[in-house]
Design a protein around this ligand. Sequence first.
Ligand code: CP3
Length: 340
Amino acid sequence: MSNSVFLDTLSGKKTNRPPVWFMRQAGRILPSYQKLKLTHNFNSLMKNKELASKVTLMPINDLGVDAAILFSDILIIPESMGMNLEFTDNGPKFYNPIVNSGSNVFSFDPSKLEHVYSNIKQIKKDNSLIPLIGFCGGPLTTFLFMFRGNEKDKSFNSALKFFYSNKKESLKIIEQITEASVEYVKGQIDSGIDCFQLFETYCGIIPSSMYKQLILPFSIKILDVARDKNIPTIFFPKNFNDGLKYINKDICDYVSIDWNLSLEYAREIVDKKVGIQGNMNPRLFYSSNEEINKYLNSLVTFGEKNYDWVFNLGHGFLPDIDYKKVKYVVEWIKETNWNR
Ligand code: CP3
């Protein structure tokens, strides 16, 4: 056994409790992060390795989670391909979004990702014991955001219209996203990440059979970079629904389940060799302590039997969640007797 319940679980060892971490734990709910945001924007935090490391490690100190996730964003891939990105108060905005067919020329500049690699090295220097999760966006999710020139329009309607009416060109762009992502994952691994998660948050925006046929081969290409270097992989195909039956060990080591499905159902349809991560509904943190306790108690039967399970959310935190409730959940997971 190592001294990490997270890495032990991922490598198939039997631990006495499930590990716990949260999607979007690094930059949203923590008062210490919100305080830092008063004087720094996302970019200035990302470009300062001491601060990026500090934010990455905040949830370890403030919440007591078992793993850290790199403070970065999925949209730095389009940025490295030449797109001009700003994080506004209303969300991300590209000044040169994809609009028309035939006018999209991208040129990947790997040097635009180098600050992430020095951030990773700094995090490992500041805390060599805590496992560090690297990540990038799934090819479909990244593609959809490349159409967001108006940060207030959250619909992806124009992206989907383009996708359906220009499949060949769309897939060409998705291939370019994949090529840049492959380099990015290599760079993250060489810099020291211990685990890799692929965030395909909008997987469910097209039918699961279409995702499997057209996009999944690209996602596998990205995941394979980590697999080939013996870095455990987690795939988060949100709202993949019955598509989860396509998930097997050739794709990923763990699959992250969204909050629409029950863990028991997901366990039934996902290949037995693949572990499960998830899937607390983040909005449950708005409920009473009593309801939260009821939910937590309902997990014990699943946790008793399933050693290959990582506790997490079914999607990232919402910014106005009370971190004290989150801290309570972490303590509960760590202190409960899981009858293992
Ligand atoms: O745990 C973490 O927070 C780690 C870092 C992380 C960020 N984004 C930081 C961030 C991770 C893992 C992401 C992933 C991400 N980014 C996804 C996939 C997961 C998910 O939540 O669905 C998506 C779709 C994005 C795209 C994105 N980036 C959006 C829609 C927004 C605006 C809304 C928001 O989250 O604030 C961002 C900005 C962003 N990403 C911020 C942070 C800390 C806020 C930037 C700011 O306040 O200036």
